[in-house]
Design a protein around this ligand. Structure first.
Ligand SMILES: Cc1ncc(COP(=O)(O)O)c(C=O)c1O
Length: 402
């Protein structure tokens, strides 16, 4: 898959935004500044020289699978994520599958997840042979509704929970959710693919998690030079099981303790990620500034509402999440694209409407996830976005909302 590579300018929509005609002036429209939804070259160009040197060394030493850079990355990840242990793997979806297995989740188990998340969360549960139990979200923060979780456990008896820290923040009831799972002996896996760098009460979000995952898909807050992922574990036994599962279930080179997977990272990717992590404070500051800028710009606007992280959660600036009263997400997306502004709709459909989700248990009417999907629009947010780009994006949304 190609994610906004070097020739980003070539991808920018060749569209023009027309300024509204002012009374008395029949002047033709001005050309608006096109803004991509994401531009990875802002970061890759800053680290390219250092990465090229690292890659040269990797090639000389053939650090293709595992190696010292992967080991160093795992140590740094554990520190940054505040977790006792971190383990890299091939992508964030594998991280979910393998972490579920390491927590003992498998065939016949009922695993709760939010109805609003990326499809990979659903896939992971289905791939380990468990039954996904789809729950609605809390409309205030877009995260799994803890009341629905309590009700589902009381009504049908759950075996595990896969919570998702969506949008670059997390549930305002996360501490309660964790406690509920502990009290009821439910393994809780936390999908932090969108939450690298998020803080809860000033501490790394995944720090207290029994198990958590992150994705290094290039468009994430910490994105790699290819697919990548990692898991965090509170307990060394789960870490060792996951390490073996990532490596064909090996006990030794040609003896096997489990039926596992081949899901490993190599030196080239680890080198790119280590150089990216050197920039983490700047990445987070720049992204947080952008997401907050939109919030300030539309504060008090009669119809535009930019969602915000709950109190106590410091977002990572992954995503702008906006709703406009009286407009559908499709209408807004069409208008923004016509104005040359890249945008996304995370997510346009809830999971329970996807045809392969037919075997899932759908718990409740899903009113909130349906509603958020119908209206959501995401404005551009990326590292080193300029004021002019923020301004152009916000202006275009305001016009689309009018
Ligand atoms: C919430 C969520 N879970 C899981 C994934 C899967 O990660 P990956 O694309 O690295 O497999 C993603 C990202 O793509 C995601 O956003």
């Amino acid at each position: 898959m190609w994610v906004m590579g070097p020739s980003i300018a070539a991808q920018r929509p060749r569209c023009y935004r027309f300024a509204p005609l002012r009374p008395g002036y029949g002047r033709p429209a001005q050309r608006a500044m096109p803004v991509p939804f994401i531009d990875l070259t802002r970061l890759s160009s800053e680290i390219a020289a250092a990465v090229e040197q690292d890659w040269h060394q990797c090639l000389q030493r053939c650090e293709f699978v595992g190696g010292p850079r992967v080991a160093r990355l795992e140590t740094e990840l554990a520190q940054i994520l505040g977790a006792p242990h971190a383990l890299t793997c091939a992508n964030g979806t594998d991280a979910l599958i393998i972490a579920l297995q390491a927590l003992g989740v498998g065939r016949g188990h009922k695993v709760a997840l939010p109805n609003l998340t990326f499809w990979a969360t659903y896939e992971a549960i289905a791939q380990v042979g468990a039954t996904p139990v789809l729950l609605d979200i809390d409309p205030t923060d877009g995260q799994l509704d803890v009341d629905q979780l309590r009700k589902a456990h009381a009504d049908i008896g759950l075996d595990a929970v896969l919570a998702v820290h969506l949008y670059g923040w997390a549930s305002h009831r996360l501490t309660e959710l964790r406690q509920f799972c502990r009290d009821h002996g439910l393994p809780l896996l936390e999908d932090g693919a969108q939450a690298f760098g998020v803080l809860l009460d000033g501490q790394p979000l995944l720090g207290p998690a029994t198990a958590g995952t992150v994705s290094f898909y290039p468009a994430k807050v910490v994105g790699g030079a290819m697919d990548g992922g990692a898991m965090t574990f509170a307990h060394p036994e789960a870490l060792e099981l996951a390490r073996s599962l990532c490596n064909h279930g090996r006990a030794d080179h040609y003896s096997y303790a489990h039926v596992g997977w081949n899901s490993r990272m190599g030196g080239l990717q680890a080198a790119y990620l280590l150089r990216t992590l050197e920039k983490l404070p700047q990445i987070l500051a720049s992204r947080r500034r952008a997401t907050d800028w939109y919030r300030q710009r539309f504060a008090g606007h009669p119809t535009i509402r930019v969602m915000a992280p709950p109190a106590g959660i410091t977002e990572n600036g992954y995503l702008n999440v906006t709703h406009v009263q009286g407009k559908t997400g499709v209408q807004l997306s069409d208008a923004l694209k016509a104005a040359g502004i890249g945008c996304a709709r995370t997510y346009p459909e809830p999971l329970h409407t996807q045809p392969p989700a037919a075997p899932a248990i759908v718990f409740g009417a899903m009113a909130h996830s349906r509603q958020i999907c119908a209206s959501v629009i995401n404005l551009p947010v990326f590292y080193a976005m300029t004021d002019a780009e923020l301004q152009a994006s916000a202006d275009a949304l305001e016009q689309a909302a009018a």
